[in-house]
Design a protein around this ligand. Sequence first.
Ligand code: PMP
Length: 405
Amino acid sequence: MDVQNIRKDFPILSQKIYGHDLVYLDNAATTQKPQCVLDSIMKFYTQYNSNIHRGVHYLSEKATEIYEAARLKVKDFINAKSRTEIVFTKGSTEAINMLAYSFGEAYVQTGDEIIVSEMEHHSNIVPWQLMCGRKGAKLKVLPFNDKGELLTAELGKIITPKTKLICVTYVSNTLGTINPVQGIIYQAHLHGIPVLVDAAQAIQHVKIDVQKLDCDFLALSGHKIYAETGIGVLYAKEDYLDKMPPYQGGGDMIKNVSFDGSTWAELPLKFEAGTSNFVGAGSLHAALDYVETIGLSNIAEYEKQLLDYASQKISSIDGITIYGNASKKASIISFNINGAHHYDVGMVLDKLGIAVRTGTHCTEPIMKHYSITGTVRASFAMYNTFEEIDVLVEGIKKAKKMLVN
Ligand code: PMP
């Protein structure tokens, strides 16, 4: 990988922050955008802008073509069987809320159970709590050990005849753990239970083949893989999409409307009410093309080198605790300087031009597991360098000197 060349594709990275070179290590929160993604947005608005699906005029047909080509791109990228299984959403959060509503209505009764893991993002907990509240169902939790690995052997004890769905993140946004989702899916299917994979933090690091995984549902966000914000995907096996009711009503999702009742559009439009983010979909297409030209396996290999380097360097500083030491990790590292508040550490690093995230990372149950109030999180993308990690390490040492007596 020619990282210096890749960096040239990302205009934002050449900025100075408080007089320092920007060191952007907040990629798990959102990734920066390459020029080709920015160009796709500009081109759409300067040449093709028009609403999709509803017009016979040239621009509307062109815009529809771009939107539907993006759907095909996503289908190929995750190897779905059919374009009808790709529902565009605002992001992973909306994908999971959509599923929680529609799956809940179709499949969940009073007394049923949903399993989530202890390391889920709030986006894969709260929608299920809301659904359980509506349907009188119960949420059960698959725990993890102190290394940050799911106790998958416990699954057999947690599953009951009432279990309707298992929801698990592929990669933890806080611990970096790459979970053994294929094994979890296999085990769940032995009991006839479908599985939702939250791929918000996986899509940019791990090659995903939904047919090989055999997951029933998968959620992803475009902005985590170099595309625009406000575009994401719910992948679902067609049989489920057929049987689930729509999440929202409005334009584009209907076949016919009368005051006696309405009928739904063909899949996947039944789940895409209102004006979709067609510009975002085009940007996702451009981002996935970009990732493919570099190669996801090259990216993953390089990011693993960055993670190993950072883990070794950061753990060799005295008085640091790293949270999440799973044997399989993506390029995310959460830590604290013992005796310093994560927020103060983030402030010191910021003044050095280093962007990291501090706090709970929308995973309060993980904080509870370790009895902490938050962590500092550095997360690496393909454009980060070993030199940037050196800058981070010096910054941590400086923060320690300033904050710990
Ligand atoms: N799941 C995980 C694991 C995440 O990291 C995130 C984003 N931080 C989400 C879900 C939600 O994604 P979005 O905010 O893009 O909807």
